[in-house]
Ligand binder design. Structure first.
Ligand code: ZN
Length: 474
């Protein structure tokens, strides 16, 4: 991530007209009021290479994208947009923002902290340090995660929050999501070390659901359930009475459900979910690296989407994502970060590259998973897997304006050859020049506009030091 000095950051803000008369000093403090996000203006990106990721339209070289009040008005050549602020798109690939489908964002404080001995592995680290978190640590972790997401062109995150130790933890986490301006789903889960015999705080979940309008950032955020499921977790098997009540509450409230399953050899969690009628279009399954043909059929028959996080699956030894088998069965597949405690970073370009390379290598087939198909998983298909494809995931008039501009005139991207291949094989977060979410410019000319990176990293570092101390962690 490029580090902007505070002066450069403020300069960039002023140049972009996002500073009010009062300036912004103090308005993004960790404990202060939510910062005011950049306005949804009217923009026209001119003469870019536009990858709409819309099957009917395809790619449009030297095309324009017109955005007004958060929506895409037009995509095409010679778009008329009098009064719109013009953004030069020459040398840029414009495409939908990346859709991330499962990420424990509070873990961002624990970047690269999964150690080399069993007692310092990911699960004990998350458990012991998670117990030492205070609500503000949830804010700090999630804000850092949001900054990294936006910096790398991720415009939608599925924040799988499994450290809600009291309602204040959820509130602090949600505040970070709102302040960042990102789009996403916040999935409400248990705390680290939560008793396996008890339900999560269902009263708090229901309260949030009832009052969701005040949390949703004008519809940018949705609520879900981070379900522990039927399988054995890091802290033991969850009691049937508890997981059933959690599940039934989400279904009654009509909120989507997400569950980790089949990440260890011999696991039959998906078969159990199928047997007990827990599968459905509203139930996302994460990992499924050890999945039988029967289980794939059950997922497909029930319309269950699957989220794959190749870097954590590789790093922790969950095995290889069965991307080809899932896609062949017609299962909606999305890509995910999971946790930077294991993956180190949240680089969707690298995730796409890993998904392609693993699949081709696994099948000894150079042509098995084409770059453009991988790009679909990170955009429109990822959106479909999250039930968001009517709103985002492709560039089309009427959809919300979530898009990114990738600068192809940088040393790792020049020359302009095959754009889908360039994005999957060559691009990296530093090439993301501009990021727009809901028509708000959150990154411009390589710098974040609504998050002060220097302050975010510095406060997150202090928070981690305190968490380590409280947790008595090495
Ligand atoms: Zn996970």
């Amino acid at each position: 991530m490029k580090m902007a000095t505070r002066r450069e950051f403020l300069g960039g803000m002023a140049a972009f007209g996002v500073l009010g008369a009062s300036g912004c000093a103090g308005r993004m403090r960790g404990s202060g009021e939510a910062g005011k996000l950049p306005e949804q203006g009217e923009f026209v990106i001119r003469n870019a290479y536009v990858m709409t990721m819309d099957a009917a339209t395809g790619d449009l070289p030297e095309a324009d994208v017109h955005v007004r009040q958060g929506a895409i008005v037009a995509v095409g050549r010679g778009v008329q947009a009098p009064g719109a602020q013009a953004i030069d798109g020459r040398g840029m690939i414009v495409l939908p923002g990346f859709i991330e489908t499962h990420w424990h964002m509070w873990n961002a404080l624990l970047r690269s902290m999964s150690g080399d001995k069993r007692e310092h592995g990911y699960f004990p680290t998350a458990l012991n340090l998670g117990k030492a978190y205070l609500p503000d640590d949830m804010y700090q972790g999630t804000r850092l995660g949001c900054a990294e997401a936006i910096n790398g062109g991720i415009t939608f995150v599925h924040d799988w929050c499994h450290n809600i130790r009291s309602p204040e933890f959820a509130q602090a986490n949600l505040r970070a999501l709102r302040e960042s301006g990102i789009r996403g789903r916040f999935s409400y889960g248990a705390a680290q070390g939560h008793p396996a015999t008890e339900t999560i705080n269902l009263a708090d979940l229901e309260r949030l659901h009832t009052d969701w309008r005040s949390q949703s950032n004008d519809g940018l955020l949705a609520l879900g359930l981070a379900w522990r499921g039927v399988s054995t977790g890091a802290t033991g098997a969850v009691a049937a009475t508890a997981y059933r009540q959690d599940f039934d509450t989400a279904r009654r409230l009509g909120i989507p459900i997400s569950v980790h399953a089949n990440n260890r050899k011999g696991s039959d969690a998906i078969a159990l979910l199928a047997r007990d009628k827990f599968l459905g279009r509203d139930v996302q399954v994460i990992h499924a690296t050890w999945v039988s043909p029967e289980e794939i059929r059950a997922l497909a028959d029930n319309g269950c989407p699957v989220s794959l996080s190749p870097y954590t699956e590789l790093r922790i030894g969950f095995g290889f994502p069965p991307t080809g088998e899932l896609l062949a069965a017609g299962i909606p597949v999305g890509l995910s970060v999971d946790t930077t405690a294991l993956s180190g970073n949240a680089d969707m370009f690298a995730i796409m590259k890993a998904i392609q390379n693993i699949e081709n290598s696994r099948t000894n087939n150079e042509f098995k998973l084409p770059a453009r198909r991988v790009l679909e998983l990170a955009t429109i298909e990822g959106a479909r897997s999250m039930g968001m494809d009517e709103r985002v995931g492709s560039l089309k008039a009427g959809k919300r304006a979530d898009l990114i501009m990738v600068n192809t005139r940088e040393v790792n991207l020049g020359v302009f050859s095959e754009p889908a291949h360039m994005l999957v094989e060559a691009a990296q977060p530093s090439n993301v020049d501009t990021v727009m979410v809901d028509g708000r410019i959150l990154k411009r000319r390589g710098r974040l506009t609504a998050i002060d990176v220097e302050q975010t990293v510095s406060e997150a570092s202090s928070a981690l030091a305190a968490v380590r101390k409280r947790g008595g962690w090495w």
